[in-house]
Structure formats: C-alpha cells, structure tokens
Design a protein around this ligand. Structure first.
Ligand code: SF4
Length: 382
C-alpha cells in the first residue's frame, strides 16, 4: 500500500464514555443506506423502530438529535447501537471518525482530526510527530500533479523538520524560518523550476542552528503586542458570527466578553501570567503546527495556496491561544489541561464543519493586514 500516516493513528481507540466531550453531539450524523437497512432489520433487538430515529432531509438520512445529542447516545455517553448490536453495526460516519484520509494519486495521507479530544491528548503525550510509511509513498505516474506533489512534500518535510528539530531556538524563530523556506520554494515554483537540489541549497541558511540563533536576536526585538491585541479584539466578531450555538466548554463566550471589556494594560498583565502558565506547552505548540502542516499544507494544483494555508494554521493557533487566555483570566488565573484540550477540540470542530468560519476569518485577516510574514509572526508570538 502507498501511504503516510501519523504514527499514533494505528493504535488510536475511542475512549467512549471517558471522553470529556463526545462526537455524538453538536452536529449532524449522516447514516449511509447500508446502515439504514441494517437498522430496519435489527429494530427488534435495538428496541426502536428505524423510522423513529432515522430522519430524511434534503435526500440525506440522519440520526435524530435530542438536545443536540444523537438519540442513540444514552445518559452514560455510550452508544445503544454498539451496546445492543456491536460496533460492526455503526454507520460509516461513526466508524471512520476521527480518521481522515486524503488521496494524492496512489498515496493516502492519513491522520486523525483534532476535533477529537483524545487525539489532542495523544499529540500532547508523544515526544514528536512521527509518521509510518507504506511500502512506497509515491503518488504513481498517472497522477497529473505528481511532480508538484513530490516537490510540495519535500518542502513540507523541511518545514516540519525545522519546526521539530531546533528545540533550543524559540518557537517564533522557527516559524519565521518556515516562512522563509516556503518563500524560497514558491519562488522556484513560480519560475517553473521544481529543482530539489536547488531548493536544498537555497534553504541551508534557515536549516542551521547558528543562523537561527542569530535570527532569534531579531525576533526578541520585535514589538508587536499592541497590533496583536488589536487583531485578537477583531477576532471576537469572527467567533460570534461563526458559531453562536457553541457550548460553554468551547470558551467562545468568555473570549468574546474578555476582548470586549479588557483594556490593553490589563491584557498585557494577564498575558504575562498566562505565558508563565503555558510554558509547559511549548513542545506541544511545535507539534501542533507540525501536525497541521502535515494535514493542511499541500496545495494542488497551485502551490501558491500553501502560503495561505500556513497563515490560516497560524491564525487558528492564535485563536486557540487567545480563547485560552480569556478563559484563564476569567477563571482567576486557572486553566486546566482538560479545559485547554476542549478549547482546541471545539475550535477544530468549528473549523471542520462551519464554512462561514474560514470565510469570516480570511476576510478579517485581510482587513487587519496580517496576510504576510509580519502577520504570521504576530499570530505565533506566544
Ligand atoms: S470525540 Fe473521540 S474519544 Fe470522544 S467519543 Fe468521539 S471518537 Fe471517541
């Protein structure tokens, strides 16, 4: 098989009723036709006629929701279909989640979505983001974007190596180096020169610890807190209009209220304490960015889209940190790991399932003038 998979994919297991959230609530659960037929055939064992819990809308069959929860989810957050019939009776949607497969020709790129809190826990617990490879990871000669995919994969590998490889250099300096490497790759691409060796030679400046240390001095002199505060304040409209029904665990409400009422000086003071509190997550932030680069970076058929992808990843990271800060400040300087995980998980859920979120975020980023290197640094300046 041709694949690249995040290494903790193979032994991922849903923790079911131990999950601090549940993927069986808060969104539409589509039921495929084969599962619908099985539910009709087994309704005696299930104890519920299929017509009472499977509804049809716009040509799609879905599980009925009660208070936003799948009606097959019991009070203990366990699925009645699994309990009474077994996991093999789950619908395709329920069986696959949180697994994601992206196909590029013959290659499958496999990962787990961060809307599942257990995946975030795994990412926090691993020492670095590692991958498993199939017998080959090439897209095959028939794939029309083969050459570009291979070039983008090489570039992505370099970005991930810089992000995870220089832990003695600050996070923001590594982000800066990633952007510069990407710009070099885009220049070659836009000159119709997908030359791997030329790329390798050109990026050596940024793939060197001594040089990165020199850049680090420049990063330390960056003064961008005031612009960052203005940008974060502007994001409250993005969240407010994107997901007004988000549960309190998402932290959205506190974020909106915090950036409505908090002046710059109070924000600075809160941020200082928050940075101290969050120091233990520095490794996680590198892994988060690496993980998102693996899943979101590739941009076919136009590689120029990769720059936008990187900036979106940074904006989403920035939003996570800002929501966490607001909740930390509102809770008198307390933010538990579980709360932090739920903030990341709900934001990922919004990103995955709310089309208006990306549109609003992109519009906001344009308006705030952060679609550039300065914006990237501002959004990752933790
Ligand atoms: S969100 Fe993840 S851990 Fe929680 S119930 Fe769903 S698959 Fe299981």
């Amino acid at each position: 098989m041709h694949y690249i998979a995040v290494d903790f994919f193979k032994d991922f297991e849903c923790v079911a009723d131990s999950c601090p959230s549940t993927c069986c609530a808060g969104w539409t659960i589509t039921i495929d036709e084969a599962t619908r037929k099985k539910m009709i055939a087994k309704e005696d064992i299930l104890g519920v006629p299929a017509k009472d819990w499977l509804i049809e809308k716009d040509g799609r069959v879905m599980a009925k929701l009660h208070n936003g929860r799948c009606c097959m989810l019991n009070d203990k957050n366990l699925c009645e279909v699994v309990l009474k019939l077994g996991p093999e009776y789950l619908s395709h949607t329920c069986t696959v989640y949180p697994r994601i497969i992206r196909k590029y020709g013959d290659v499958q790129e496999i990962y787990l979505t961060l809307s599942c809190p257990e995946v975030i826990k795994r990412l926090m617990a691993c020492s670095y983001v590692d991958f498993d490879f199939g017998e080959d990871d090439l897209p095959g000669d028939k794939f029309e974007h083969k050459e570009l995919y291979l070039f983008e994969s090489i570039v992505r590998n370099e970005l991930m190596a810089v992000m995870q490889g220089y832990s003695n250099v600050s996070f923001v300096t590594r982000v800066f180096a990633c952007y510069q490497i990407l710009e070099i790759a885009l220049k070659l691409y836009n000159n119709n020169c997908l030359d791997f060796e030329e790329f390798d030679r050109s990026i050596s400046l940024y793939h060197n610890e001594n040089n990165l240390r020199a850049y680090e001095l420049q990063m330390q002199s960056l003064q961008m807190e005031e612009q960052r505060y203005t940008f974060l304040k502007s994001l409250k409209n993005v969240l407010k209009t994107s997901d007004s029904s988000a549960p309190k665990e998402s932290g959205y409400e506190k974020f909106v209220s915090y950036f409505k009422k908090t002046d710059y000086q109070t924000y600075l003071s809160d941020l200082g304490h928050f940075r101290e509190r969050m120091k233990e997550y520095e490794d996680f932030w590198s892994k988060y960015l690496t993980y998102r680069m693996f899943s979101e970076f590739i941009s076919l058929p136009d590689f120029n889209g990769a720059r936008t992808n990187l900036l979106y990843i940074a904006a989403e990271f920035c939003l996570i940190q800002a929501i966490a800060l607001a909740n930390y400040a509102d809770n008198q300087g307390v933010l538990t790991e579980e709360e932090y995980i739920l903030i990341i998980s709900y934001l990922s859920r919004t990103m995955e399932h709310n089309k208006s979120f990306h549109t609003n975020l992109a519009k906001n980023m344009e308006e705030q003038g952060v679609v550039n290197l300065a914006g990237l640094l501002l959004m990752t300046f933790v």
